[in-house]
Ligand binder design. Structure first.
Ligand SMILES: C[S@@+](CC[C@H](N)C(=O)[O-])C[C@H]1O[C@@H](n2cnc3c(N)ncnc32)[C@H](O)[C@@H]1O
Length: 192
């Protein structure tokens, strides 16, 4: 319950950076990750983990040898994440500096990037620069996974985002909607 209250409080103080009133649920987390070979991934990065809704599910699917790194820029969520996942490497930083942040740590390629970022709240220039970073760091057969809210995908801005994904990635697939998520949402699975 604490995580939900923290999430709502952060949304009220900075809606543009948080982009949702509640953390994603387990059903959406499964939609995001089903079909993604996390168990064989060497390096996995999560962008915008928030209160850790996807993090918990990722941890259950990776192997003990996988290097799993979180990048979050909200200081309140960072405190909570560091308490909950004390063994994980959690970087305070901006997803727009992804390549630099990982190069600093000696990482040149990532097998899976999972995003909880609020794309709809970002201007197109920010969307482009983050997607470019993700594209550049992904291994040739790597996967990028992100989510969008149902119904919204019919709106012009959401359609423009899908086109943007298609301009960066050779393959973009939509999962079925997770109806029981609040609000209902689906995932995009992208391959270079
Ligand atoms: C919609 S919340 C998603 C949280 C969680 N993944 C979930 O689905 O419940 C968006 C998260 O992205 C973070 N965020 C927003 N912009 C960011 C950026 N440029 N770099 C890193 N994190 C960012 C926010 O602080 C917030 O934790």
């Amino acid at each position: 319950m604490g995580a939900k209250i923290n999430f709502l409080r952060e949304y009220i103080s900075n809606p543009g950076a948080i982009g949702a009133v509640a953390p994603s649920g387990r059903i959406l987390a499964s939609r995001m990750l089903d079909g993604i070979s996390l168990e064989s991934a060497t390096t996995v990065v999560e962008l915008g983990p928030g209160t850790g809704a996807f993090t918990t599910e990722i941890l259950q699917r990776i192997s003990s040898d996988t290097q799993f790194i979180l990048i979050e820029k909200n200081p309140v969520f960072l405190v909570e994440l560091r308490q909950r996942f004390e063994k994980l490497e959690i970087i305070e930083g901006d997803a727009g500096n992804l390549v630099h942040l990982l190069h600093q740590r000696g990482i040149d390629t990532v097998d899976v990037v999972v995003s909880g970022l609020p794309w709809a709240a970002f201007p197109e220039t920010v969307q482009q620069s983050i997607l470019s970073e993700v594209h550049d760091i992904l291994a040739p057969d790597g996967r990028f996974v992100t989510f969008a809210y149902g119904g919204m995908h019919l709106l012009p801005r959401a359609r423009a985002f899908r086109h943007l994904l298609e301009s960066f990635f050779g393959q973009v697939e939509r999962t079925p909607l997770a109806w029981r998520n609040l609000p209902p949402a689906f995932a995009y699975h992208c391959k270079r």
